[in-house]
Ligand binder design. Structure first.
Ligand code: HEM
Length: 202
């Protein structure tokens, strides 16, 4: 128990954490909240992204999801080099469209070894190879939530220009057909449009 509390404290204080807060106002207008697998999130008109770990849902807000950035799990050196070259920063002025896609994987996934997970993630599902084709059009950030006791394991965030909306749908559809997605037990697809000049550090 003490260890669990200490781990949570370390995540909250030492890791770069981020809080997604949905409510009646915010820098992002929510255009849709759609269930993909499992229980959906409550519809909400706006969402805000706060750096840091917001400890409780502010009054008048609908939901709060938190995550931390962490080390890479699956990327090899060659893939890392490609990602570093092609990956754009978040907060580009033309990238007024965004998606927040929280994902929870099942216990079968988590019971596997790192080696077996990598085999499914990349060798079978080509997650990175597929994703790379959509860079630099789409900017992304992966937040980890599993060790925080949150309802999802990952909070994935994407920003792109309206001209790349079709490409983004194609990417999402392609990943959802992959072997990796057989292990997804909960997923919600939240789409947004920027309402202000808000920027989030990448
Ligand atoms: C924009 C193109 C994309 C690229 C370049 C990309 C790249 C990556 C990379 C490199 C990782 C592994 C990070 C690590 O080693 O820990 C990752 C993880 C992940 N990505 Fe993507 N991705 C893209 C799009 C997407 C999309 C559209 C979704 C959701 C529909 C998604 C969901 C995830 C999830 C849930 C993980 C965590 C997987 C796990 O650790 O089990 N990604 N992505």
């Amino acid at each position: 128990m003490v260890c669990a509390v200490l781990t949570l404290f370390q995540y909250m204080v030492l890791s770069p954490s981020c809080s997604f807060i949905a409510g009646d106002h915010g820098a992002w207008e929510v255009t849709s909240v759609a269930p993909v697998a499992g229980e959906c999130l409550e519809p909400t008109p706006y969402m805000d992204i706060r750096n840091g770990y917001v400890t409780r849902l502010p009054v008048d807000f609908n939901w709060l999801l938190r995550g931390v950035t962490s080390n890479q799990r699956y990327v090899n050196n060659a893939e890392q080099a490609c990602l570093m070259t092609a990956q754009p920063q978040l907060g580009r002025p033309h990238a007024t469209c965004a998606a927040l896609i929280p994902v929870k994987k099942n216990e079968t996934w988590w019971a596997m070894t790192q080696e077996d997970r990598r085999e499914i993630f990349e060798e079978k599902s080509k997650h990175i190879a597929t994703g790379l084709k959509y860079l630099p059009a789409i900017a992304r950030k992966l937040h980890h939530s599993r060790d925080l006791g949150e309802p999802f394991d990952f909070l994935t965030w994407f920003e792109y220009g309206p001209e790349d909306s079709v490409a983004f749908e194609e990417l999402v559809a392609s990943l959802r057909e992959s072997e990796e997605w057989k292990y997804v037990e909960r997923e919600v697809d939240v789409r947004l449009k920027r309402t202000s000049g808000m920027r989030m550090d990448s």
